[in-house]
Design a protein around this ligand. Structure first.
Ligand code: ADP
Length: 424
């Protein structure tokens, strides 16, 4: 049963192995209710009779229902999950690290949706895999600009996907806070060296967490990536495979990428390469939709969602009580720069921001660093939370910051990237 905000209702009869696909604008709302039968959204089952509300979303309600035809790639997605599940069972019998799955492909082929589906199926079989996101444009679990990892320890929410940034904000500082490192830019090619650095840090921490967590260890992890199909993209794929010790590479919707991966890893029988088709339902999201998605992620982090409302705290911070860092000199895409000596190093060197004016309207990551931490070490620190600079008063030497938690700024070192935001 579908109902839009004009109150129009309609009943959709879903045939087996078919999908009801819908797109909702950010300004609109649609409610969906499963009247009878069984159905799921990206792997999470809908409860009968419950009304789910969507806004700014593109998704599909799918039903298995004794399938006969093969009109969606869902059967191949399920089979891939089952093969990965066997690796988990093997890992369990020998108490080893479970499968390390990397999902790659161009933009908008359904990578994130596939990760959700595989994570949900794993969860439904009693597993507790980690979901790792290297997609800095999207900010699927914390904020745009961050690379993150989170344990799938509860059902993936139908309405909010992998947990909204609001749930992250609500968990700021607690142990359920996802693991995050801050890169600060949308696209990995803006600063490849730094992107690799944060990915390596995340990989290292994920592996050591798993080593210490018997519940998650054999479930392994699933890594979501941004669209990586150019030369830089290949370099980043190889880097991620190496750092996360990936043993299953899923190539979604790209023939050439698949054959290139097959060639590269043909002599390594410890890495399996799987090819899957893109679903006909995947929607291309234009630039405007993506910008809106980023904005709504930032907004949600501070103000929450209709389901989990938050009221952020506004506080005054003296210039002397905060150290704002940014990376390198003004960063231009490397193609726009003549090969200059020294530019490479500045890619991973932090510079202290003295002109606080430039901080206005920036989103910043609070680093888990002691006050006395050496500046060369700051980029290796994980993120404890995010703040937003809503006002800068040069005369009084104070800034007004917005934070999801009350009290003082928990740490003094914060990292600024390129994300700006205007409260609406
Ligand atoms: P990628 O991670 O490759 O960029 P996504 O998984 O984010 O791709 O999918 C792109 C968009 O298409 C998203 O808005 C997603 O919700 C939507 N989408 C994916 N699969 C389907 C489907 N089967 N039906 C309808 N919408 C879908």
């Amino acid at each position: 049963l579908e109902k839009n905000n004009l109150g129009d209702k309609r009943i959709v009869d879903l045939e087996a192995d078919s999908e009801f696909r819908f797109e909702v604008d950010f300004k609109a709302q649609v409610q969906i209710k499963l009247v009878k039968g069984t159905a799921e959204i990206f792997g999470t089952e809908l409860a009968e009779g419950v009304e789910y509300t969507f806004s700014g979303r593109k998704a599909a309600v799918y039903t298995w229902h004794e399938y006969t035809a093969n009109e969606t790639p869902m059967t191949s997605y399920l089979n891939t999950h089952l093969a990965i599940q066997q690796l988990r069972d093997m890992a369990r019998s020998s108490n080893e690290l479970g499968p390390r799955v990397l999902v790659i492909g161009p933009h908008d082929v359904g990578k994130t949706s596939l990760c959700k589906i595989m994570a949900s199926y794993a969860f439904r079989q009693g597993e507790k895999p980690l979901y790792v996101s290297l997609d800095t444009a999207e900010g699927s679990i914390t904020m745009p600009g961050a690379v993150t990892a989170t344990a799938i320890s509860h059902l993936i929410d139908i309405e909010e996907g992998f947990g909204s940034s609001a749930t992250t904000a609500a968990s700021m500082g607690s142990t359920t806070m996802p693991l995050a490192y801050y890169y600060g830019y949308e696209n990995p090619s803006e600063n490849v060296k730094m992107y690799k650095l944060v990915v390596s840090r995340l990989a290292h921490t994920v592996k050591s967490r798993l080593a210490a967590d018997p519940e998650s260890r054999t479930s392994g992890f699933i890594i979501d990536t941004p669209g990586l199909i150019n030369q830089v993209g290949y370099e980043l794929i190889w880097h991620a495979i190496e750092e996360f010790s990936v043993n299953v590479v899923v190539v979604l919707g790209h023939e050439r990428l698949y054959s290139d991966m097959m060639k590269t890893y043909k002599n390594q029988d410890n890495i399996s390469i799987v090819k899957l088709n893109k679903s006909g339902g995947v929607v291309e999201r234009d630039k405007q939709f993506k910008v809106q998605l980023q904005r709504s992620k930032i907004q949600e982090y501070f103000y929450g969602t209709p389901k989990c409302e938050l009221s952020p705290y506004s506080m005054l911070v003296n210039f002397g009580d905060i150290n704002v860092w940014r990376v390198g000199e003004a960063i231009a895409p490397s193609s726009a720069l003549p090969m200059m000596v020294g530019t490479k190093d500045s890619e991973t060197e932090v510079v202290k921001v003295d002109s606080f004016d430039m901080c206005l309207h920036s989103v910043m990551a609070i680093l888990d660093a002691d006050d006395a931490e050496h500046e060369n070490k700051l980029l290796q620190c994980s993120v404890v939370g995010f703040i937003y600079i809503s006002d800068v008063n040069e005369e009084k030497k104070k800034m007004t910051i917005l934070s999801p938690s009350p009290g003082r700024l928990p740490r003094r070192h914060v990292l600024m990237g390129s994300f700006k935001w205007m409260e609406t």
